[in-house]
Design a protein around this ligand. Structure first.
Ligand SMILES: [Zn+2]
Length: 706
């Protein structure tokens, strides 16, 4: 039987027509064929190039349905009978399992180039569905040639790209909402590409997954469901598989092809109703966010001018004034290590380190002088134990008394922990967003911060607005996935922002890393477009790309993180990071944390780049940098710099970067322009159109298109 099947697949692969055995959907870019008797995809062909994407040597089921409490999932491979048939314009795959039927239907997108799919389940007895993987395909590796040009695009935070998945491990899972900031993956090389997405507008829990499977690359979307008993269930949104095309003016397919394929759907969703320009004009985002300012991360604990360690709170105001003088703009001071008991120790924050009265007076002075102050809340973590210096802080008893019953837990009500005590966050539980305690921890703490003069609060450590599933039997939400977690967080974020705005019309709310679902309740976001070679762009041969920025920048711009390096000495890293913030349309940032750095002594090239970024923002480029839409930017003919980025664990990630960073932007009125930043240590000459441009180290340029 197995031999016969292999022979059949061989014939299908060889293009031998067995009309009775396959059913086909086909549009101008893609041809998909299903085995009529097994219900699985047997061919996925790019029509322009004739490229066959599937690795049919790997037995991949068309779906997996994991029921709660069952050992192994239902798959098209273990069904008692499967049939794929054409039903009008659709392909329907129907699989019988004992007492259950799984139906997948596929149809061509009207007016688009995708194949859309849905999956449904009918059951004789009520059943609880934990997870459904659909679609599920295994791609042939390499995509072409040696695999050197193969790329896998991940929706990870700001966006990331894995080179050559044949050589480099692709095993990753990105939960959405959360580490997946949007609902898209893509596989491509220069000549052909495959696009993989979900079209869910209501924040259903899911994950975008890639892994090696045998000789191939498996891609899937795992839909994580609320585990309430059902007789019938249907995926309430489409999944999409589509071909990719090169964009006009681009030499071949790039990650931007996938971003542009996603965009038409993305900008019609509830989170894209108003652009950032509209929101600022209508007062929905306070005007100061869109005006030049420098985000300065300064820790209250750290180095003192005499090189000893201590309380830097009394020195903060002067430091902000000095930075402001040097860059000639107001400063948004991101006050780190403000928490009473230690950095990231939560939720016992108050009084802030250095004293409540002093903290409030400092914020008042900053505000009176035109600056803003900002803090991070440690999400919904509850620190149980954390090693600080030689001591271990222990808050277990207080957690058991006040937090335990509200914590994200397993089905037995046992809190799910992260740790260990030696880590940056420490050993911690997470409070479930559905509980009253979650509201109190986030909205209550935000209010208290505001009362002490904080003008911007960021919910940190709930990356992209995603938390783990909770199964606590005593909570009001259904156990497992679904929409309840995203909805609960959205409500809390919205409340923080509205209450904050009622107290201070200039109050601003931010989130760690972007998440499309939350755009309307954010005034800015913590972006990391500037990072390479470390989270959220970690791993061998992983490169960060500004995917979220490309799709959504005109809806929200973000700021250049708490991690933009600056120093008194020449630093390639600092220039790369500052330049990335500029060309990605982010508010510029400088991260001191606990270092003592005299702003007047900062390396002149770094200062030139920072000041130049702010000057561009003040001028004609400002509208593009704040409100523009990023457009595909063909590579510049400039020398490559060999850089080595370093992961948090010390692993080295060599990468070539262009000596001049650049990006193209477009306004709603169609005008386009390009910004350039020279990050080399010597002048660089290059040609744009008919113009030869020469930039000194740290110098920038702005060129509107003719
Ligand atoms: Zn819960």
């Amino acid at each position: 039987m197995k031999n016969l099947l292999s022979l059949f697949l061989l014939l299908v692969n060889a293009g031998v027509s067995i009309a009775a055995e396959v059913v086909v959907l086909e549009n101008e870019s893609l041809r998909a064929a299903w085995d009529a008797g097994r219900g699985t995809l047997v061919s996925l062909k790019d029509k322009a190039t004739g490229r066959e994407w599937l690795d049919t040597a790997v037995q991949t089921p068309g779906y997996t349905v994991q029921l709660a409490g069952e050992k192994s999932p239902l798959t098209s491979g273990n069904a008692t009978s499967v049939r794929a048939r054409k039903e009008g314009a659709a392909v329907v795959v129907e699989a019988e399992h004992p007492g259950r039927t799984v139906i997948c239907d596929f149809r061509l997108e009207t007016g688009g180039s995708g194949v859309l799919g849905r999956i449904a389940l009918r059951s004789v007895e009520p059943c609880r569905i934990a997870k459904v993987c659909f679609p599920l395909v295994t791609l042939r590796l390499p995509f072409s040639g040696t695999g050197e040009d193969d790329r896998l695009l991940w929706p990870e935070c700001d966006g990331s790209l894995l080179s050559n998945p044949l050589q480099n491990k692709p095993d990753r899972r990105f939960p959405y909402p959360g580490n997946a900031s949007l609902q898209l993956m893509a596989a491509y090389d220069g000549t052909a590409g495959l696009f993989f997405s979900a079209r869910d507008a209501t924040g259903h829990a899911k994950a975008f997954c890639s892994r090696r499977s045998g000789s191939g690359l498996e891609l899937s979307i795992a839909h994580v469901l609320p585990q309430t008993p059902v007789l019938e269930w249907k995926l309430p949104y489409d999944v999409v598989v589509a071909g990719l095309k090169p964009l006009p003016g681009m030499p071949g397919i790039t990650w931007e092809s996938a971003a542009e394929q996603y965009r038409p759907w993305a900008v019609q969703q509830p989170w894209s109703r108003r652009t950032m320009a509209q929101r600022v004009a209508e007062g929905d985002i306070p005007a100061w966010v869109a005006k030049p300012n420098l985000v300065l991360t300064y820790a209250l604990r750290g180095d003192l001018p005499d090189k000893s360690q201590g309380n830097r709170q009394p020195l903060l105001t002067d430091m902000v004034r000095r930075w402001s003088r040097v860059v000639e703009t107001p400063v948004t001071c991101l006050i780190a290590s403000w928490e009473k008991r230690g950095t990231w120790v939560t939720p016992d924050y108050f009084p802030p380190y250095g004293g409540e009265r002093e903290f409030a007076a400092m914020n008042q002075t900053l505000q009176a002088e035109g600056h803003r102050s900002m803090v991070f809340l440690s999400g919904l973590y509850w620190t149980l134990r954390k090693k600080i210096g030689d001591e271990v802080l222990d808050q277990q008893a207080e957690f058991d008394r006040a937090g335990r019953k509200s914590a994200i837990s397993d089905a037995q009500g046992e809190p799910l922990l992260r740790g260990p005590a030696e880590s940056d966050i420490g050993l911690a539980a997470t409070i479930c967003p559905s509980t009253a305690l979650a509201r109190e921890l986030l909205a209550g703490t935000s209010q208290r911060c505001q009362e002490l003069g904080i003008g911007c609060v960021q919910v940190d450590q709930i990356v992209g607005g995603g938390l783990r599933e909770c199964f606590h039997p005593g909570h009001t939400h259904p156990p497992g996935g679904g929409t309840w977690s995203a909805e609960a967080l959205y409500r809390i974020f919205s409340e923080i922002r509205q209450a904050g705005r009622a107290r201070d019309p200039k109050f601003v709310f931010s989130l760690e890393e972007p998440g499309e679902f939350y755009l309307p309740v954010l005034d800015t976001y913590h972006a990391r477009d500037l990072h390479q070679g470390r989270w959220p762009r970690s791993g061998a041969c992983v490169t960060g790309v500004p995917l979220f920025t490309h799709v959504y920048h005109e809806y929200l711009a973000g700021y250049g993180s708490e991690g933009c390096y600056a120093s008194e000495h020449p630093s390639q890293l600092a220039l790369f990071q500052m330049g990335s913030n500029l060309v990605c349309g982010k508010a510029p940032a400088v991260a001191l944390w606990g270092r003592w750095v005299e702003p007047e002594k900062v390396n002149k090239v770094q200062l030139r780049l920072l000041r130049s970024h702010l000057a561009l923002w003040r001028g004609e480029a400002g509208e593009f940098l704040n409100y523009g839409r990023r457009v595909a930017s063909p590579a510049l003919a400039v020398p490559a710099l060999d850089m080595v980025f370093v992961e948090k664990d010390g692993a080295k990630r060599p990468q070539k970067v262009p000596a001049v960073l650049h990006a193209r932007w477009q306004l709603a009125n169609g005008r386009t322009a390009t910004v350039f930043a020279c990050i080399a240590d010597k002048p660089v000459d290059f040609v744009v159109g008919k113009e030869r441009i020469r930039l000194e180290p740290g110098e920038t340029a702005f060129r509107p298109s003719e």
